[in-house]
Design a protein around this ligand. Structure first.
Ligand code: PAN
Ligand code: ZN
Length: 194
């Protein structure tokens, strides 16, 4: 138990652990949770809703999965997880994550690219925007207050590790309303951010 001012924070004991991350596949062993998002989970995220509906009819492919070894969602804890984002497009827009603000806005995050290539898109509620190219070894810092989404612009899975504070939580609703300022498109000239 630690005390700071009037606040008392109680941490449940958690034994140290070491996991094995396969950089190529993103496999995390052991893991205690796996979240998957298929095209049908992404309604509203892509500009081309018709292309999305067609993909759902054609087998509803997997867009991404998140593997995690759960720890308590509390101040002081750090959540570690891998994301495996598949290659593909909806219309001309590359496969991407839903994207979110942290519910606790004053929490940041670190991403480390493990394999494949893509972009990390970021934005703030007062108009800030950024896009960082991601590949193996790229370490990206998501400051507090920045929403974040990843996009796979390659031909193979884009895999990255994320580490963020236990109390962060995820606010998806705000992004569902506002979207991100940039879309990442496959064009005959190559990858375009528009
Ligand atoms: C990441 C993301 C993960 C999936 O672990 O949660 O890449 O993206 P969405 O949560 O936007 O669907 C992270 O940023 N955690 O905070
Ligand atoms: Zn996050």
């Amino acid at each position: 138990m630690t005390e700071s001012g009037d606040e008392t924070v109680t941490l449940k004991p958690l034994d140290p652990f070491a996991l094995i991350v396969d950089f190529r596949s993103g496999a995390l062993e052991p893991h205690t949770s796996r979240t998957e998002r298929r095209v049908s989970d992404m309604h509203g995220a892509y500009a081309d809703e018709q292309a999305l509906s067609q993909l759902v009819k054609d087998g509803d492919p997997l867009v991404y999965e998140v593997l995690q070894y759960d720890v308590p969602e509390e101040v002081g804890q750090l959540i570690c997880c891998t994301t495996v984002l598949q290659p593909g497009t909806v219309g001309d827009e590359y496969f991407m994550t839903k994207g979110h603000y942290h519910a606790a806005r004053d929490t940041g995050e670190v991403y480390l690219g493990l394999s494949g290539h893509g972009y990390l898109l970021l934005m703030t509620e007062d108009g800030g925007r950024a896009a960082k190219s991601m590949g193996p070894g790229a370490l990206a810092y998501v400051p507090p207050y920045w929403a974040h989404r990843t996009v796979n612009t390659g031909e193979e899975p884009f895999v990255f590790l994320a580490v963020y504070p236990g109390q962060a939580g995820h606010d998806y609703g705000t992004i569902e309303k506002t979207g991100f300022p940039e879309r990442v498109l496959r064009t005959p000239e190559g990858v375009v951010l528009r």
